[in-house]
Design a binder for this molecule. Sequence first.
Ligand SMILES: [Zn+2]
Length: 223
Amino acid sequence: MNKTVLVVASHTDDEAMGCGGTIARHVAEGDTVHLLFMTDGVGSREIVADEATERFSAAQQAAEILGVKSSTNLSFPDNSMDAVPLLDIVKEVESKISEIKPEIIYTHHIGDLNIDHQVTHKAVMTACRPQPDFSVEAIYAFEVLSSTEWQTPGLMSFIPNVFIDITDHLATKIKASEAYSEEMRAIPHSRNVSHIELLAKHRGYCVGVHAAEAFTLVREIKK
Ligand SMILES: [Zn+2]
């Protein structure tokens, strides 16, 4: 039976880097994928309207490339989601979950350096407190270059135990990542499209496929 999937990410571009290939694979297999973004990704500076518009249109382009059914942008403050009461964020996630009733959720790793990623993970876990007849069966945490690998060594390290083969969808992941050219940096900065491709190949070769995305299984409920 086809599944409904929700990706909860802090910033537009996290979805492409974290699980763009997996999104494309879900869509190719007939599943329905929805995106929920927490911030506009451009900070609280005053002259950001153009930048926000640009980033929004990059996100729309990426969403089209990935083939998602819907994309929702909330406007929590970029890089300071820890200043917002967690309950306010949880309510938004809960509302999206009750609207679309996803079986699978992908979100950030709790140990990322980026504070918004940490808060988003906590909001998802709070919104997904297990209860009878709850739709969510599985929660996976993805890695995002220039955040997951930048955390203090040994502090909540990302140790993947789920690898999703995206060999047939690597090109789509790359294309979606390229939509965010403004967010990418020049090599050898960690956040660039070549590194995204290298990481996908590395994660794939680790498990004997050409390309993969790596996740930690946060919770799975088998009924
Ligand atoms: Zn991010």
